[in-house]
Design a protein around this ligand. Structure first.
Ligand code: NI
Length: 170
């Protein structure tokens, strides 16, 4: 298993909607294992395959960042099928490092997906889990959390990123 480089805001692969995973073969299992290593090393609570440059509909979430067994969710071809409520809280992203902004997300969300063995599953997420599910599914659709920002907030973060990029620090 290996830790992969995480692509950052500005990389085109983050903007392309990912393709569905077909057969869940050894190469997919290797990708999942590498993504888990990468997410724990970052450290982060979620990671989408296109964040490691692979444009496939696959994401992982572990709110415990590997500290509690059974909390790792491997979600293949995930879809948000139902949402309830709204909650506004801080949000960050491994592809937009060192920035945090408030984003409004559903308070609860229901996710339909295949697990790493290809078994169909559904789960309700609440609070941070719902936020992570929506954030990662956004990634798979070519969206980033900064797309949810408006006006001055959005201008400010994009200006700072451009400045870092010009200085070769992005
Ligand atoms: Ni992210």
């Amino acid at each position: 298993m290996s830790v992969l480089p995480i692509v950052k805001y500005g990389d085109e692969v983050l903007r392309i909607p990912t393709a569905s995973v077909g057969e869940i073969d050894a190469s997919i299992h290797k990708l999942i294992d590498d993504m888990v290593d990468t997410m724990y090393a970052a450290p982060g609570v979620g990671l989408a395959a296109n964040q490691v440059g692979v444009s496939l509909r696959l994401m992982i979430i572990d709110l415990s960042v590997g500290r509690r067994p059974g909390e790792l969710h491997v979600c293949i071809n995930p879809e948000i099928v139902e949402v309830e409520g709204a909650i506004t809280e801080d949000e960050g992203c491994l592809s937009v490092p060192d920035f945090v902004e408030v984003v409004t997300r559903p308070e609860r969300a229901r996710l339909r997906y295949l697990d790493r063995n290809g078994e169909p599953r559904e789960m309700w997420g609440e609070g941070l889990m719902a936020r992570a599910m929506c954030h990662e599914v956004d990634h798979l659709n070519g969206m980033l959390y900064v797309d949810h920002l408006r006006g001055l907030k959005k201008d400010r973060i994009l200006r700072k990123i451009q400045k870092l990029a010009r200085a070769g620090m992005w």
